[in-house]
Design a protein around this ligand. Structure first.
Ligand SMILES: NC(=O)c1ccc[n+]([C@@H]2O[C@H](COP(=O)([O-])OP(=O)(O)OC[C@H]3O[C@@H](n4cnc5c(N)ncnc54)[C@H](O)[C@@H]3O)[C@@H](O)[C@H]2O)c1
Length: 273
């Protein structure tokens, strides 16, 4: 991968690197290559199972555990990050998602609402809490950039995505709503990237994922965007080249979101002529 020094001198926080398949893991590697410095964070439980230490070593980063649903943990994370990095923050990646209903195979029409609430808290409200901690501590530098990852089930029906669809709709709305205040008051931009299905721990937890990813691949003129493609897109959003891109939900999906049907998909329905 070529490096352009796009993030030289920039400091940030990266949530959600669990293992080398994680989109956040690839993003951390790319941000490091582009000269950015950052603190890595994940839920304490993920840290115990995880390989995040390898990533920290590789990128010269420190790790601060934080449950993204805990305001206390997030306050500590923001304070410690500024200490470690020696100043305010330029970029933040929110790469967090989890649905208990999905995990336990509960149907969308028969949710256990305690689980629904837990998923909403982890997958969507955590983004509000992260931004709130940054905002209240005045922790972001002007022209900083905040990105969260989402999926197109927020706009269109993908039945097996279950209650995560609703969580993503909420997440995208928070990006716009908080993005307004962050832009107005701190000149910080807030966007979501709507990523193709990607083989990660979270992705593969969705029922029928193999069919899902194969269908999207055949439907998209450029094929599915990989985790590395997502990492690269995020680097551009953290860089100075996208200064006035904000309040957007940006598709990184090989064109999938604007397709009706492709030849490759049609071919599976019509015989030889
Ligand atoms: N994989 C896909 O197909 C796909 C597609 C579009 C969007 N996304 C989104 O990308 C993001 C990253 O997911 P991924 O695919 O890299 O999977 P992943 O499983 O590698 O990452 C999910 C992360 O969320 C973290 N997390 C869960 N609960 C947490 C909590 N309470 N506090 C802090 N962190 C917590 C996990 O530890 C893990 O690191 C998610 O928002 C996901 O919804 C994924």
């Amino acid at each position: 991968m070529m490096s352009y020094n796009l993030l030289k001198g920039k400091k940030g926080i990266i949530f959600g690197a669990l293992d080398p398949n994680s989109i956040a893991w690839k993003t951390a590697e790319r941000v490091h290559e582009e000269g950015g410095e950052f603190v890595l964070t994940n839920a304490p439980i993920a840290m115990r199972m995880g390989q995040i230490n390898d990533l920290a070593k590789k990128t010269g980063s420190q790790i601060i555990p934080a449950d993204a649903t805990s305001e206390e943990d997030l306050q500590n994370l923001v304070e410690k990050s500024m200490e470690i990095l020696g100043g305010k923050i330029d970029f933040v990646l929110h790469s967090i998602g989890m649905s208990v209903n999905v995990r336990k195979g509960r149907a969308y029409t028969d949710q256990k609402y305690d689980w629904t609430q837990k998923g909403t808290d982890v997958s969507a409200m955590s983004f509000h809490k992260v931004m709130s901690a940054l905002y209240k501590n005045d922790a972001m530098n002007e022209w900083g950039s905040i990105v969260a990852l989402t999926y197109m089930a927020a706009q269109r029906v993908f039945p097996d995505y279950n209650d995560m669809a609703d969580n993503k709709a909420y997440l995208e709305s928070i990006a716009r709503s908080f993005g307004y205040f962050f832009g107005r008051d701190k000149k910080v931009r807030v966007n979501t990237i709507s990523q193709s299905p990607t083989p990660t721990t979270a992705g593969q937890g969705v029922k029928g994922f193999d069919g899902f990813i194969a269908y999207a691949e055949k439907m998209s003129p450029l094929g599915n965007a990989t985790a590395m493609d997502c990492a690269n897109y995020t680097v551009t959003l953290f860089s100075n080249l996208t200064k006035r891109v904000t309040l957007q939900n940006l598709y990184n999906d090989g064109g999938f979101s604007n397709m009706g049907v492709s030849d490759a998909v049609m071919d599976t329905f019509v015989g030889e002529e």
